[in-house]
Each structure stands twice: as C-alpha cells, then as structure tokens.
Design a protein around this ligand. Structure first.
Ligand SMILES: [Zn+2]
Ligand SMILES: [Zn+2]
Length: 263
C-alpha cells in the first residue's frame, strides 16, 4: 500500500542525530504530480529505486537504493552545530543512535524542544559556501554538521547532503529546470526536489507495509549484476517498471531481460 491518503508526518535523520528531518505530507488531493516521469500522474512524495553509479557510491549500497522524492516545501530540517567538545554528554540529549528514537519512553516533543528549530529544507539542504543551519546573517558564522557533495558537481542547484559527524548520507537536493519536466515548465507550487534516502527514516515509518515500495526503478542500465538480478527477481517487485535511464524515453527493460535475470 502506498502512503495513506490522510495528512501525515514522516520523520528520520542521520545515525548520530545531528541531522533530523520531517516531511509534512498533505492529504492526497493536495499532493502534486511527479514533474519528470512520463505519465506525470503519480503524486509526490514518491518512492523511487535508483540503480545509478552515483547513488551506489555515495551510499555504499551494492543493491539499488530507495529514496523518497519530495517537493522541497514539504521538508524541514534541524541540524546541530558542530561542537568543539564532542566528548561531553550534552550531545546525547539530541537523539539518534545514542538515544534511539524508538526507545521505550522516548519523547519526541521534549527532545525536539532541545534541538535547533526545524527550518525549510530548501534553505538548509542547498549547498553553499557557508553550510549554516539557517543561512541568515545572524547564524552565518555557526558551522553545522551538514556537509555537501556530489560526484559531478556540488552547487546550490545539485548536491548530496551527509552528516560530518557520523557520515550518514541523508538527502539529495536538485533545483528543477523546465527541461526536467515533461510539461516543459516548472510546477506551480515548488521548484526544488529533496530526495530523502530511504534507510534514514525512523523505524516506525519503515515498518509501515508498502509506504516506501517504489513505483519505478530508474537507471536500470547502470545497475550492478547483483542489483539487477535482485530487482528482477524480488518478490512483488517484478512488475515495477525498470527504466534504463532516468526517463522512459531512454528505454525500459524488456520482459525477456527480466526473466533471464530472474533465473
Ligand atoms: Zn550524524
Ligand atoms: Zn541515483
């Protein structure tokens, strides 16, 4: 089952808790369509499985990664400032690996009250020379644990975000261009996409049956032998379209190819 139709909040973050995010998903009638897939009818946020070499290296995942493609306005992010005293106990209050967010008695409201505020992702996860938590003048001097990288270019229009403390790859940001969109123009309600790496969601999200099942697998041509074999033979995933590139115009894996891989 895909995401339920009612409004919901999805949460997650890096392994150590320095980066936490929330995705405020509106009711289904208010979810915009995916701008760059051929049919354009799937609503966002939408789970995608990607076989590309960049996702593989960045996440160190031999199998294709799954990420949730979100319009940037749905996402807010809270990032701890880099502390010169990382040995102190003060960091443990912020959650993450040391105080697991699903541990018995975990109080998300109380924990979040001790964190830096959740700010619009487009302000936080857009690579810049300052990498601050807010981008405002007041906080421009504060250095957070956010780090930015992308194998082909790291710029305010395309970058990966990872935690400088624990190394978790959290998200990929891209600024949409009209040529990305099947309609040839930008969506009305957003111009930036935030791909949240699926493995960073809190367990209560991941434990929901079907919420992160991808509706499409992209860059199948670039997949590893094992990745393609698993994708072709995985129970319940055989029917999911496997596009050779990022768009269907580049071709879709044939039934014969998938059957051969699944043997
Ligand atoms: Zn971290
Ligand atoms: Zn990829």
């Amino acid at each position: 089952m895909p995401l339920p139709s009612q409004p919901l909040i999805l949460t997650g973050g890096c392994s150590c808790g320095a980066i936490r995010y929330r995705i405020a998903v509106p009711e289904s009638s208010s979810r915009p369509p995916v701008p760059f897939f051929p049919d354009g009818h799937d609503p966002m946020p939408n789970p995608v499985s990607c076989h590309c070499n960049d996702c593989r290296r960045a996440t160190a995942s031999l199998l294709p990664v799954i990420f949730l493609q979100c319009p940037a306005p749905m996402v807010t992010v809270s990032v701890l400032e880099e502390s010169p005293d990382e040995q102190g106990n003060g960091q443990q209050q912020h959650g993450g690996r040391f105080v697991d967010v699903l541990a018995e008695g975990y109080d998300q409201v109380a924990t979040d009250a001790k964190r830096p505020p959740y700010l619009p992702a487009v302000d936080v996860l857009r690579a810049s020379s300052t990498s601050t938590s807010t981008g405002t003048q007041d906080n421009a001097a504060k250095k957070t644990w956010l780090r930015f990288y992308h194998s082909t270019s790291c710029s305010p229009t395309a970058s990966r975000t990872f935690c400088g403390r624990c190394g978790t790859q959290v998200a990929f940001h891209m600024a949409l261009e009209p040529w990305h969109c099947t309609s040839g123009k930008l969506p009305d309600s957003f111009s930036d996409i935030i791909d949240i790496n699926g493995g960073t969601f809190d367990r209560d999200v991941l434990d929901q049956e079907g919420w992160l099942d991808p509706g499409v697998e992209v860059n199948f041509r670039s997949g590893t032998a094992l990745g393609k074999k698993v994708a072709a033979s995985a129970k319940g995933m055989g029917h999911v379209p496997k596009m050779y590139g990022f768009v269907a115009a580049e071709g879709v894996a044939t039934k014969e190819e998938l059957e051969r891989l699944a043997q």
